[in-house]
Design a protein around this ligand. Sequence first.
Ligand code: ADP
Ligand code: MG
Length: 410
Amino acid sequence: MATALLGDLPDAALRGTLVLVRLDLNVPLDGDRVLDDTRIDASLPTLHYLCERGARVVIASHLGRPEGRDPRASLGPVAARLAERLGRSVAFVPETVGEAARATIDALGEGDLLLLENTRFEAGEVSNDDAFARELAGDATLFVQDAFGSAHRAHASTEGAARVIRERGGLAVSGLLLARELKWLVSALESPEPPFVLVMGGAKMTGKIDVISAFLPRVDRLLIGGAMANTFLVAQGREVGGSLFEPSRVDLARRLIEEAGETLLLPIDGRSATVPEGDLSRARPGRVIGRDERVPDGEELLDIGPATVERYSEVISTARTIVWNGPMGVFEHPDFGEGSFGVARAIAAATDAGAVSVVGGGESAAAAAAAGVEDRLTHISTGGGAALSLLAGEALPGVEVLSDATEVAG
Ligand code: ADP
Ligand code: MG
């Protein structure tokens, strides 16, 4: 089943049409200054597309996790920044639904935009309350989903409003950003060109285990690093000192080791360090711990070692499809980034040579950027949890609710 795409709609279906667009404008703020434009910029193509075709555009998004109204989580500053980046004025009302919002919506002309206040100011958002979803949907006849980062949640703005609009005969389609996410993530999942290499790391196994299980039958190699690798090393009976690992996942790791056989590669060396009072910023320069050495008590593994980087890079260089989720170490610290940066460079080189590379996860994207290779990768997903859910083969409520491609007359 293919999802209906914004680009499939005839232009005539957009002119004068009231459109509710769900964006991911959950950006970091310092007071009323937007600290990072990545998500705003990722939203621009869909907004340009709609405005140029004369749609009347109402934008919904959440910001942070406020409990009810909270001026610190207002989307007001985001409206101002969005307008600057877009080069068009963006109206803002300090409410998500209500009379002021309705009046502004009624006054929208062709190509005009309105950003509603933070959807999470309303209790009905997270509970996906039907009445709130109906108010949010208003008189819109088209829903455009472009908030990939929230598509794994069934909230009123990600699912409920789209359902309401479809129920009364309207359409719900994927925006340009979501279409790109689906294209690369779904093709990596469903039809990866072999050799297919999955690189997994990061801090927590939870959520990632399902990705590994979903991919295991299809991958040629599974490379594991980061704190996740520690859990596997413990499962192999190795002593990891004070390293971060998940005791409750050791049995699972043991089963995966058996199931994966030669497909699975674990680090053959690591960089360990002492971390005074658990404060990573004070970690003392690491030393390399070899395969059969134990990590002394009071030290912890904070990165994969140089021999592992070399081995993993070799494997990556043979790949035609690479999916990467989770850094290989604590790359935020200058002494423990080489594992993640080395792997990122290897993935970039393989991509230069024709492989498809897909990166999911907030910190993995940051590691790719810090390694200076983000422009050389095929696709860096904007959605952390949503990318993981999709890669794990789970249905995303915010995608499931969209119209089928066959419902759109081309
Ligand atoms: P992503 O956001 O890419 O999915 P995660 O959120 O799972 O990744 O984990 C990222 C975090 O894992 C990073 O901030 C990194 O510092 C941490 N990390 C990686 N390796 C280790 C390690 N060996 N010990 C402790 N923390 C680690
Ligand atoms: Mg993360």
